[in-house]
Write a protein that binds this ligand. Structure first.
Ligand code: GLA
Length: 392
């Protein structure tokens, strides 16, 4: 809490130093960790992420001149662009996420005036905790607070996703932006990524903890492999759609139908589809077991998800597997899996409270002795989604 207040003060102070006046608004948007439902969002499926207590803070005011002025505290760098011609800044790639949101708003006919912003974040970059979604959603919140348009949560998430897809050029699904905007304290968010209907699933406030372990391996292959997986899912949908007419996405394929028709799929596509179909099923089961408070059963589903991502969807890597194995070998760990797109980044583990200190010590030591890399660990509490700081 104190750290958050210090960071907000630091952003305000930097704003004043750079622009010579106090900011009119300060907003924040969090990163996320997905508990279960991986690589399901772009298959119209189900996800169950939480927002975490690491976020992006933006202090902002309107400017007379029709320009977007941005200053990053993390990069100690400034970037500026005219609103009439919003283009990427290759020297300041961090600014592209904000430029993208402004460009999409203009495209939608929501006209912006000039803005000056100071930006700071503590979501680790390139670690699969959605620092980019946090930045896009924070930018959307800042524009909304300054220009008074009133966008619902799902629409704000769609806006941020569109900025990432069409301006930044990363073909992500809706999960990261959605949870960053709509997360809630002490709850996971169950999202139907087709209808964008969502509901809050309470997580116990004591007894078990969520631990995020960062392999510190940057996610190298992720963009090209992500796009290949998406294409394979589309191919599987087309083939299964010929057998089962109502199939418009892998979300429409039940486990029973998959067993019946999977022989029509080439082997490399079949394993990808099997992951998505069974993962959707695991998300639905997770919501049920969480409602009944059965954390052991939830842990088993997390372990199954990892196996499926490793063996069928093949988006894990040596470092993620070592971290998961180390976690699963600690008594009191109910389940552990890679989280996010894969190929590096973080794992998420469900750990009994009395095993947390053993986890932090022993999993770190085992991981480091096998990989030579020092990991980072965060004990996470589900936090609220984006908002105006000081407004609630
Ligand atoms: C990345 C994408 C999300 C989602 C996950 C995998 O985080 O941004 O949309 O597809 O990978 O579940």
């Amino acid at each position: 809490m104190q750290e958050a207040l210090n960071r907000i003060d630091a952003v305000r102070a930097k704003y004043k130093e750079v622009y010579g006046k106090a900011p009119d608004v300060v907003v924040r948007a969090p990163g996320r960790v997905n508990l279960i439902g991986e690589h399901t969002d772009y298959n119209d499926g189900f996800v169950l992420p939480i927002a975490i207590d690491r976020d992006v803070i933006i202090a902002a005011s309107k400017e007379d001149e029709a320009v977007l002025k941005m200053h990053s505290l993390n990069f100690e760098s400034s970037s500026i662009c005219p609103l009439a011609k919003i283009e990427k800044d290759p020297a300041n790639p961090w600014s592209n996420y904000i430029r993208g949101v402004a460009a999409v708003l203009e495209e939608k006919g929501i006209s912006l005036g000039g803005v000056a912003m100071a930006i700071e974040g503590n979501v680790p970059l390139g670690s699969g905790l959605s620092s980019s979604a946090a930045l896009e959603v924070a930018a959307g919140m800042a524009f909304q607070a300054l220009f008074g348009f009133n966008m619902g949560g799902p629409d704000m998430a769609l806006l941020a996703q569109r900025a990432e897809n069409s301006f930044v050029g990363v073909n992500c699904g809706i999960m990261d932006q959605f949870i960053s905007r709509l997360g809630a304290k002490n709850h996971a968010l169950f999202v139907d990524c087709r209808t964008l209907e969502y509901s809050l699933v309470p997580l116990p406030e004591s007894g078990v903890s969520v631990i995020v372990a960062n392999t510190m391996k940057k996610r190298g292959l992720v963009d090209s492999e992500y796009n290949t997986r998406r294409k394979q899912c589309e191919d599987a949908t087309a083939i299964l759609g010929r057998q089962i007419p109502q199939v418009a996405a892998l979300r429409d394929v039940s486990v029973a139908d998959f067993e019946k028709y999977s022989r029509f799929l080439p082997p490399d596509i079949r394993v990808r589809a099997e992951h998505v179909v069974t993962e959707n099923d695991r998300v639905l089961k997770s919501v049920e077991v969480l409602k009944s408070g059965d954390m052991e059963a939830f842990g088993v589903l997390l372990n199954q998800s990892h196996e499926s991502l490793r063996d069928l969807y093949q988006v894990s890597c040596r470092e993620l597997d070592i971290m998961v194995e180390a976690a699963q070998s600690i008594p009191g760990v109910l389940g552990s899996r890679m989280t996010g797109a894969g190929f590096g980044g973080c794992t998420v583990s469900l750990v009994k409270d009395d095993a947390v200190s053993a986890f932090l010590k022993d999993v770190s030591a085992r991981y480091e002795s096998r990989t030579g890399i020092k990991p980072q660990m965060y004990v996470c509490k589900p936090e609220s989604g984006a908002g105006v700081v000081g407004a609630d």
